[in-house]
Design a protein around this ligand. Structure first.
Ligand code: PMP
Length: 446
């Protein structure tokens, strides 16, 4: 719905002008490559409040992007902004300890199954680096196994085979390594092996051959960067068993799933505990904060100083206060907010499926209530019941996806460019109804 009236489609004149201006000083007019490519241009926003975002053209959106996942309490959640405001006059950074970081660490240790000890940082990418370093330090081995279609941040050591073009991805059982960025060091991923995900046999074969050289297996426990794909029943348990059998450190990258699919992350929800896990996004409700959590004996390598983790901004007062307040909000009444979010998300998923069915569109809606993905089957095929890996997701109809997302945006509903929808505690039943109205109209015209 738009301020200019329910029937009017959004227009983007001011965003277009500002984008041209921005491109004269800011490379590409954006501050992250993942923000390039909005339609008609990357939009410029004025403010966010609850489930809504407002852009410079006066368009109002129901926001399912939520800053790419973090804003799980909606935009500008009062409990978090008040906690942050209360710190501002006390200073920002001490390069020393303060009680807030202990409060945060205690909460993380209480909520996250694998968290016997934690360290705090500012972004998911950097905490992944700490996890990989710890695994290599603890095992004295060099190889890391990661999975095709999984994203673990933008650093050279792990940025490989994230969204490889299918014609250059090699055989499904033995993917060809694909470096997505110019300027990457190929040497930095020499010690990284890329495997197909959701295939316990492939990991068993790999560790059978290379287990004694392998320090870590890292994965998104629910694949949220290529569709939203749950692990097959028994897959995570099999991975856990194989890692134990070969003395390999199992790392869950819970940057998206952490504090989103449940208070204990994917590991709490799915009942498989990794050795190390990385959190970011929802744990700070929009503020820049991240954590590495894990087994005490592994984390003690940071404590004894033998393995290095640093960061000037770690546990700055603003980010720390935000995370403590966010976790307190999310934990209230035993995490009751998750049940409410999930129910709304599931109603939205069911409504999208029904709208697609009614108009004969081959729409796949897959995931969990708090994070799910929509995508269309390609080439006149029927919608698959589910996709189980990156290749299944990558074969879906990208052009129709773009048209759908643009049609939604024009009707006041903002979804990520990958077709992933994030729910927040601020989305109401009425918001879901409004969204379904817009989605029904969008499906009808694409
Ligand atoms: N891991 C996963 C699973 C992610 O989704 C992301 C970010 N989208 C990262 C790591 C990197 O986190 P950050 O952008 O905070 O560096």
């Amino acid at each position: 719905m738009l301020d200019s009236g329910p029937a009017a489609l959004a227009t983007y004149r001011r965003s277009e002008t500002l984008y041209r201006e921005a491109s004269e000083s800011l490379a590409g007019g954006v501050s992250s490559n993942f923000r390039l490519g909005g339609t008609p241009v990357p939009l410029t926003f004025e403010r966010g409040e609850g489930a809504r975002l407002y852009d410079v053209d006066g368009n109002r959106y129901l926001d399912y992007v939520l800053g790419m996942g973090p804003c799980i309490l909606g935009h500008a959640p009062p409990a978090v902004t008040a906690a942050v405001a209360a710190t501002l006059g006390r200073g920002q950074l001490f390069a020393g300890q303060h009680h807030g970081e202990v409060e945060l660490a205690e909460r993380l240790c209480a909520l996250v199954p694998c968290a016997e000890r934690v360290r705090v940082g500012s972004s998911g990418s950097e905490m992944v680096q700490a996890a990989l370093r710890l695994a290599r330090a603890a095992t004295g081995r060099r190889l890391v196994a990661k999975f095709e279609g999984h994203y673990h941040g933008w650093f050279d050591t792990i940025l490989v085979s994230v969204q490889p073009p299918l014609d250059r991805a090699g055989p499904a059982t033995a993917p060809t390594k694909h470096l997505p960025s110019a300027g990457q060091s190929a040497a930095a991923v020499e010690d990284v092996a890329v495997l197909p995900w959701n295939d316990a046999g492939a990991l068993e074969a790999f560790l059978g051959a290379r287990g004694t050289d392998t320090a870590a297996v890292i994965m998104e426990p629910v694949l949220c960067n290529s569709g939203v794909i749950p692990p097959r029943p028994g897959y995570l348990e099999a991975v856990r068993r194989l890692c134990d059998a070969h003395g390999v450190v199992l790392i869950f990258d819970e940057v998206i799933t952490g504090f989103r699919v449940g208070l204990g992350g994917a590991q709490g929800r799915l009942g498989v505990t990794p050795d190390l896990a990385v959190f970011a996004k929802a744990m700070g409700a929009g503020f820049p904060v991240a954590a590495l959590a894990g087994r005490r004996d592994l984390m003690e390598r940071l404590a004894d100083g033998s393995t290095l983790h640093g960061g000037t901004y770690n546990t700055n007062l603003v980010a720390t206060a935000a995370a403590v307040a966010a976790l307190d909000e999310l934990s209230r009444d035993g995490g009751a907010v998750y049940g409410a979010m999930e129910a709304r998300g599931e109603r939205l998923m069911a409504g999208l499926r029904a709208a697609a069915l009614a108009s004969g569109a081959p729409l796949l809606v897959q995931g969990m209530g708090t994070v799910f993905n929509t995508a269309f089957a390609a080439g006149g095929a029927e919608a698959p019941r589910a996709v189980t890996d990156y290749r299944g997701y990558a074969a879906l109809d990208a052009a129709r996806q773009r048209a759908f997302l643009r049609a939604l945006q024009d009707r006041g509903v903002r979804v990520t460019a990958r077709g992933t929808w994030f729910l927040s505690a601020a989305h109401s039943d009425a918001d879901v109804d409004e969204t379904l109205g817009a989605a029904t109209a969008a499906i009808a015209i694409i």
